[in-house]
Design a binder for this molecule. Structure first.
Ligand code: ATP
Ligand code: MG
Length: 440
């Protein structure tokens, strides 16, 4: 057994994804288990998946032939895979000492030629061999180091840490998708700030999302204890994992981006020396976040959701909000996105570092939102009692942009006064709009 499962077992934690390394070639592995119980997952790379039937539960176990290191000419993947007959050679090409331990479950013996257990005990991430060489072979390893530091709350061995900064030109060749996958693992870690701050200090952040560096040293005002960068880290850490509409890390991703445009919109307050305001930073931020998420190849759904959360994160509830104001708020944010917006605000308040209780701001608004939603009011055009077809009939007009404009006008009216949402009353409103000249 090799890889992450051995690492986690040695630490006394439960393990998943058992990987097996063997001197047997892929053909030999298939011969041993038979074609029926094997899938030739990546025969070229030496990997065969063995399907194990454990009382009806099927497990997939990856069995990989001992590999040596081929040459890496592009910093991304070895040019050729070399199969070797030695376990130690296989362990030597693995990234970190804690990931280069093997366990023989039959002899119950650890093979640990690079002192991975010692480093695990010291909670250290250390490259196997010369870190400068290892990070030159494969640019992704630098980001894996930082990701493991966040996941396990470990520190980087100094030589390993300083080698990251010296190999950024290799990291730059890593595909956006792979950078993204590591970044979201950092966001899903118990304390993402460990990984994010390491990304900043090693220079990785400047390669992935340099926009975030603008927040370093960007001071705010009396409502905040931190500059924009440290506030952002605090908000990400304080934001809960989990989302009803997206992957668990999605709100933390919006936390990372919510104030990204503050530095660009900062203006000194004339009446308060040393304090700044950030007029419309949520609009500029939504646009910037959109570009950044595209660059890192997030899916359209993920991007749109995060951009919406950034755009809408600046709401200020007060008891004076009318039912109409609450409904407009629901309409603007979108019903499905509301739980995540509240979750972001919860983290945002905690991240101000002033010991405030987010419930003071949020509980009443949440209760009123729930009340409005339960009243089955209309929040979007498709909730209206009449649709485009009816509007065209009433106005005797062909399809065109005017139909959408009329529907938006109707929604505005219904958001103010929910009792207008009947076929009769909406028909009347459409007719009125024609008479008043606002129609076609
Ligand atoms: P996780 O718990 O996140 O799955 P893991 O250590 O199992 O962590 P994997 O990406 O599943 O990580 O890889 C399995 C093993 O393969 C690692 O433990 C490591 O030994 C090796 N490995 C993976 N990626 C690399 C890499 N880029 N360079 C060198 N070795 C690697
Ligand atoms: Mg794994």
């Amino acid at each position: 057994m090799v890889g992450g499962a051995v690492r986690d077992l040695v630490r006394g934690q439960s393990a998943h994804d058992f990987d097996i390394a063997t001197s047997a070639t892929p053909a030999e592995v298939i011969g041993l288990f038979g074609r029926k119980r094997t899938i030739p997952t990546g025969e070229k790379h030496g990997t065969v998946t063995v399907v194990v039937d454990d009382n009806g539960a099927r497990h997939h176990i990856e069995v990989t032939t001992f590999r040596g290191e081929g040459a890496y000419s592009d910093g991304r993947r070895p040019d050729d895979v070399v199969f070797v007959r030695s376990l130690v050679e296989d362990l030597r090409r693995r990234d970190f000492t804690m990931n280069a331990i093997a366990f023989d479950p039959i002899d119950e013996k650890l093979e640990d030629p690079f002192f991975g257990k010692r480093d695990l005990d010291a909670r250290l991430i250390r490259a196997v061999g010369d870190p400068l060489e290892r990070f030159a072979e494969d640019g992704l390893r630098a980001m894996r180091a930082v990701r493991f530091a966040a996941q396990h709350q470990f520190t980087l061995d100094p030589a390993t840490e300083s080698a990251i900064a010296e190999r950024l030109e290799v990291f730059r060749k890593v595909s956006a998708e792979r950078m993204r996958d590591e970044l979201v693992k950092i966001l899903a870690a118990p304390k993402p700030s460990i990984g994010l701050e390491l990304m900043r200090s090693t220079g990785l952040l400047g390669e992935v999302w340099p926009e975030l560096l603008e927040g370093v040293g960007c001071v705010q005002n009396r409502f905040h204890s931190h500059d924009v960068w440290h506030h952002t880290l605090a908000v990400v850490d304080a934001t809960a994992l989990g989302s009803p509409v997206g992957p668990p890390w999605i709100v933390r991703l919006s936390a990372l981006l919510h104030d990204v445009a503050k530095p660009r919109t900062a203006e000194a307050k004339p009446d308060a020396p040393g304090e700044f305001s950030f007029f419309r930073h949520e609009y500029v931020g939504a646009k910037l976040a959109d570009e950044m998420l595209r660059r890192l190849k997030f899916s359209n759904d993920e991007r749109e959701h995060v951009v919406g959360l950034v755009l809408n994160h600046m709401f200020w509830y007060s008891a004076e909000w009318t039912a109409g104001t609450v409904r407009r708020f629901i309409s603007r944010v979108g019903e499905k996105a509301l739980p995540d917006l509240f979750s972001l605000r919860d983290g945002d308040v905690r991240g101000r570092g002033k010991g405030e209780n987010p419930g003071v701001e949020l509980d009443q608004l949440q209760a009123r939102v729930t009340e409005e939603i339960a009243s089955a009011a209309a929040f979007k055009i498709t909730d209206l009692a009449i649709g485009g077809k009816e509007v065209m009939q009433i106005l005797a007009c062909p399809p065109g942009p005017i139909v959408g404009e009329i529907l938006s006008m109707l929604l505005e009216r219904v958001l103010d006064d929910a009792s207008l949402n009947t076929v009769e009353k909406l028909t009347e409103l459409v007719e009125e709009s024609r008479k008043s000249g606002n129609g076609p």
